[in-house]
Design a protein around this ligand. Structure first.
Ligand code: NDP
Length: 490
């Protein structure tokens, strides 16, 4: 049993009231850890520590090169502990070892990317009237509150922490109460590489308590949040009171458009990967597949044939291709949506049930599920289910494909499969979404900005834009001829 602790001002801490909550392995319902049930007082202690460290300049006062050297060491340590982190991620989140392993590798690469980026040229000068020399520099925002969800416990933490630290901020970080295990391991690494006290603080506990305190406290300058759109809206409202900078990466209902001229097997293969990797608990999941009508029946038949063969099981079995859902609560939400789909009159082409055989009855497993005969206005087409549930829709032509694709409140991601290059790019350019692929689905790169249009969020993670999110912009105008301005005569 792992006994988790919070990390505040360089010290490992229990919750102020000593309360804990169990952390559960979703593959079998067993308790794997106890996490402190942090309170408002704990959140405040972390915020004050981060504020003090920021004001003292123990981190922002270092040169970019010095900060980068810490980040390179962190990347190295993540790789050193890769096996342990992979195992822990699988136990805590449920994802297959293969997926967890990719996340750990990506986490190390992300630290390295921002370690490199922060030492590169930054800011610019501009020409104004003599005798002024003018320039623009970037500075850290200050104390950043980072709140992450449970679908990529380690990687989502790193997507925020690496650029925030690279930019010279101090942080108050909150993992999801459901998956705090690998985030704590990451903070152990921070301690091991000797990150100065108070620079990186971690509080655990309930979102409406600890998360809300971080979003509302006046000593926090910025909130960067990834999670559900409803929670994101609440955080934005709360943060508005103290005019915090806000960066939100929220949900999606992303379209994957398959034209008849696409390479058929490639399109089927990526469509399966787009929805069933991560058990569909991926913000960019291709949860709406739109297929041109003259290949629709053939596509559905082949997709269903392959979906039925996906090996569902515990993540720590190397033969498993799809793991459980993250929690009992989330299982109920996904099963609830399957019921809603049936009641709305959609037809199930495969799946639709919790899996209770093959020793999986103690875990939160759901069959890969396909809905057909759906209408655009149905809730299962419009709302984020965040599970292994896909709707397959039919379209007649390019125009209808774009209309259906853009026909939700979300705008996170989208894919197009076609062998007509011009058509692929034409359609992608019409998608109101921030992350897109042609003849591919899902790959993510540290170099490329990640985030959504419409109600999928505000701002971007990753890439140079992801660093700028954690920076303020300052103009500096220097008078090279020091004499009175002479505006007033007396
Ligand atoms: P949430 O968006 O509610 O949770 C994400 C994080 O926000 C968690 O750390 C959570 O804390 C915290 N949080 C919750 N409420 C508040 C608050 N009032 N103020 C500050 N922080 C808060 O995700 P859920 O787990 O509730 O999932 C709900 C739905 O959101 C999912 O079904 C899915 O549709 C979507 N989702 C989308 C994700 C994405 O990547 N886009 C990721 C996860 C979920 P706590 O630990 O208490 O939960």
């Amino acid at each position: 049993m792992i006994h988790l602790k919070m990390y505040i001002d360089g010290e490992w801490k229990e919750a102020e009231n000593q309360e804990t909550r169990p952390v559960i392995n979703p593959a079998n319902g067993e308790h794997i850890a106890y996490a402190p049930e942090g309170t408002v007082a704990d959140a405040r202690a972390a915020i004050y520590a981060a504020r003090k460290a920021f004001e003292d300049g123990v981190w922002s006062g270092l040169s970019a090169q010095e900060r980068a050297s810490y980040l390179f060491k962190i990347a190295h340590k993540i790789e050193e502990y890769a096996q342990e982190l992979t195992q822990l991620e699988t136990e805590d989140n449920g994802k297959p070892l293969r997926e967890a392993g990719f996340d750990v590798g990506d986490a190390a690469a992300c630290f390295r990317y921002y370690a490199g980026l922060i030492t590169k040229p930054d800011g610019y000068t501009y020409h104004v009237a003599d005798p002024i020399q003018a320039m623009v520099v970037r500075e850290p925002v200050g104390v950043c509150g980072l709140i992450v969800p449970w679908n990529y416990p380690l990687l989502m933490s790193v997507w925020k922490i690496a650029p925030a630290l690279a930019a010279g901020n101090t942080i108050v970080f909150k993992p999801s109460e459901v998956t705090p295990v690998t985030p704590m391991k990451l903070f152990e690494i921070f301690e091991e590489v000797g990150l100065p006290k108070g620079v990186a603080n971690m509080v655990m506990g309930a979102g409406p308590v600890v998360g809300n305190e971080i979003a509302s406290h006046p000593e926090v300058d910025m909130i960067s949040f990834t999670g559900g759109t409803k929670t994101g809206k609440n955080i934005m409202k709360t943060a508005a009171e103290t005019m915090k900078k806000v960066s939100l990466e929220l949900g999606g209902k992303s379209p994957n458009i398959i034209f008849a001229d696409a390479d058929f097997e490639t399109a089927v293969d990526y469509a399966l990967f787009g929805i069933y990797s991560g058990s569909g608990q991926v913000c960019s999941a291709g949860s709406r597949i739109l297929v041109e009508e003259n290949i629709y029946d053939r596509f559905v038949a082949r997709f269903v044939e392959r979906a039925k063969k996906i090996r569902v099981g515990p993540g720590n079995d190397p033969s498993t291709e799809m793991g459980p859902l993250v929690s009992q609560q989330h299982l109920e939400k996904v099963l609830g949506y399957i019921e809603i789909g049936k009641q709305e009159g959609a037809a199930i082409a495969c799946g639709g049930n919790r899996i209770l055989n093959n020793g999986l009855d103690k875990g939160y497993f759901v069959e890969p599920t396909v809905f057909v005969d759906v209408k655009q206005e149905m809730r299962i087409v419009q709302e984020e289910i965040f599970g292994p549930v896909v709707v397959i829709q039919k379209f007649q032509d390019e125009e209808e494909a774009v209309k259906l694709a853009n026909g939700t409140v979300y705008g996170l991601a989208g894919g197009v499969f076609t062998n007509d290059g011009a058509k692929g790019l034409r359609v992608i350019k019409k998608l109101r979404a921030g992350i897109t692929w042609v003849n591919s689905y899902h790959p993510t790169y540290n170099e490329a900005p990640w985030g959504g249009y419409k109600q999928s969020g505000i701002g971007r993670s990753l890439g140079t834009v992801g660093l700028e999110e954690f920076q303020e912009v300052k103009q500096i105008n220097i008078n090279l001829q020091v004499e009175p301005v002479g505006w007033f005569s007396n």
